[in-house]
Design a protein around this ligand. Structure first.
Ligand SMILES: Nc1nc2c(ncn2[C@@H]2O[C@H](COP(=O)(O)OP(=O)(O)OP(=O)(O)O)[C@@H](O)[C@H]2O)c(=O)[nH]1
Ligand SMILES: [Mg+2]
Length: 307
């Protein structure tokens, strides 16, 4: 597939889409032309982030949620992001099991992303991959992120609707998350509510949000994803949240910010590629090999570079 003749239709074939993602992920030759060619094919779709502590049931929820959303949607894409995993490619074995109902469906595309590849940093890469998925004509995108670190926070910032997945045992995690994930969660799902303590944590979270400054109080749902319990409520809340975003123009504002970020990143990358030509790179390499005391300070080298 030449990167120069990609159409929205060719991206609808999963094998072409996978190749396009690999090109973008590894910044292979022609990657920016590819993105540039398909940029106008994209349509804004709801991006749902499913995040939360390891093992809380995110993949199980994604599996059931996707099935539920497919009652209305034609096609759904799922990205599973694990910054700590060295694996990239299709869905990793565990997810294949957890997403068993949707894994083999033609209208569901699943891709896992780890730390390998992603030449420009995971979050920049994901933003570009989202553009490919938006151009490929999916109706909705689900992004599962493992863990609760900074990279996950960066990634879910691309999402319109963030579902924080907790369990009845998440009391300690909640203390840790106070400053981060809880603030950006739009919907809370307390999964594994077949276990004791699920009502207690629901009441606690509701009280916490009663006194918080959030514009829209996040609904707190009890789920048993393994048995599909609560999934239809979750799907409904996800759709309602998107309607809310549209009604407040938040979706448009987010799109404007995203465009600016993509433009700034592209300008920065192009500038540094052009600026750091062979002559200047070899100058920097030569300095780096000198004894510390003899090196030009890295904070000054900008002004000393050859013309
Ligand atoms: N009891 C109970 N177990 C569940 C439920 N949902 C998921 N599990 C189990 O919890 C375990 C972890 O589920 P996953 O869906 O893989 O969780 P995850 O958050 O995606 O895990 P990571 O991606 O590794 O962070 C699996 O063994 C599931 O079968 C539930 O509603 N009740
Ligand atoms: Mg998972």
């Amino acid at each position: 597939m030449s990167s120069f003749n990609i159409s929205s239709n060719s991206l609808k074939e999963n094998c072409n889409l996978s190749r396009a993602i690999t090109i973008v992920e590894n910044k292979l030759d022609g990657y920016s032309e590819l993105l540039s060619n398909i940029y106008h094919l994209r349509k804004n779709i709801q991006k749902i982030g499913i995040t939360g502590p390891p093992g809380a049931g995110k993949s199980t929820i994604t599996n059931s949620l996707c099935k539920d959303l497919l009652k209305e949607d034609q096609r759904i894409a799922i990205i599973s992001v694990d910054p700590t995993s060295p694996f990239n490619g299709g869905a990793i074995l565990g997810d294949r099991i957890r997403m068993k109902d949707i894994h083999d469906l033609d209208n569901v595309y699943i891709r896992s992303l780890g730390s390998r590849g992603s030449a420009g940093g995971l979050s920049e890469t994901i933003d570009e991959i989202i553009i490919l998925l938006e151009a490929a004509g999916f109706d909705r995108l689900i992004i599962e992120t493992v863990g609760v670190g900074q990279v996950e926070l960066d990634v879910i910032n691309f999402c319109d609707t963030i579902v924080l997945c907790l369990t009845p045992e998440s009391g300690d995690d909640i203390q840790m998350m106070k400053s981060g994930l809880l603030e950006c969660a739009d919907i809370i799902s307390i999964n594994k509510s077949d276990r004791p303590g699920s009502k207690k944590i629901n009441i606690f979270l509701n009280q916490l949000f009663d006194i918080s400054q959030k514009l829209r109080k996040p609904p707190v749902l009890n789920l048993v994803a393994l048995k599909n319990k609560g999934i239809d409520e979750l799907a409904l809340e996800i759709k309602n949240h998107y309607l809310f975003l549209k009604s407040t123009n938040a979706e448009i504002k987010r799109d404007i910010e995203r465009y600016k970020k993509l433009a700034f990143n592209s300008i920065k990358n192009n500038l540094s590629n052009e600026f750091l030509n062979e002559k200047r790179m070899s100058f920097i390499n030569k300095e780096a090999k000198k004894e510390n005391i003899k090196r030009i300070s890295p904070f000054k080298i900008f002004k000393k570079l050859p013309k």
